[in-house]
Design a binder for this molecule. Structure first.
Ligand code: CMX
Ligand code: CO
Length: 146
């Protein structure tokens, strides 16, 4: 089951400038930053709200670290903007398998490492009405949610 909007991924050319825009315009603060070598990005997660499944919803600001990365390719074709949406689930592998059986291409043979210790996979935008879609299983919930 998909139980929340986990995040909206936004492609930007200058991560620090994007962080400053979201801080000064809306008051959103950075919860976490990391480099994900496999995905080819430097990213900032801005926590917007908690959700009733014990998770949370974030904005994910993404700056490419390599010219051949998906976000670099997206920026060169479209410029800055919304890159993908991500739904949260408690079991990303099972969810991907089920959605794959409905004829949607799952882009990863097995789930990969995402932000903050999460496990992620992507669905092809051409099978999702033009929306690149990510599924996210958060890292083990903290003790109070276990
Ligand atoms: N949203 C919607 N459509 C997209 C898209 C996006 N983000 N990226 C590409 N497309 C469309 C293109 O517009 C193009 O459409 P047309 O054929 O109609 O022109 C088509 O998909 C192919 O585009 P492309 O530029 O040739 O891109 P590729 O096929 O090389 O790659 C994709 C597209 C989705 C397979 C690739 O971007 C991918 O594997 N993405 C998943 C990984 C990823 O995005 N990682 C970064 C985020 C990490 C994170 O969230 O943690
Ligand atoms: Co994402």
């Amino acid at each position: 089951m998909l139980t929340r909007i986990d995040h909206i991924g936004i492609a930007c050319t200058d991560l620090d400038a994007a962080v400053e825009f979201y801080r000064s315009t809306y008051g959103f603060e950075v919860t976490h930053t990391e480099v994900n070598e496999e995905q080819g990005v430097r990213e900032a997660m801005l926590r917007i709200n908690g959700t009733d499944d014990g998770g949370a919803s974030y904005l994910q600001l993404l700056e490419p670290i390599r010219d051949d990365s998906p976000v670099a390719k997206f920026l060169s074709r479209n410029g800055e903007g919304v890159h993908h949406i991500a739904f949260g689930t408690s079991d990303v592998a099972a969810e991907a398998e089920e959605i794959g059986q409905r004829g949607v291409r799952v882009l990863d043979a097995r789930p990969r490492k995402g932000s903050m210790g999460s496990t992620i996979t992507f669905l092809h935008p051409k099978d999702c009405g033009g929306v690149l879609t990510e599924l996210v299983q958060a890292a083990e919930a903290p003790a109070e949610h276990a």
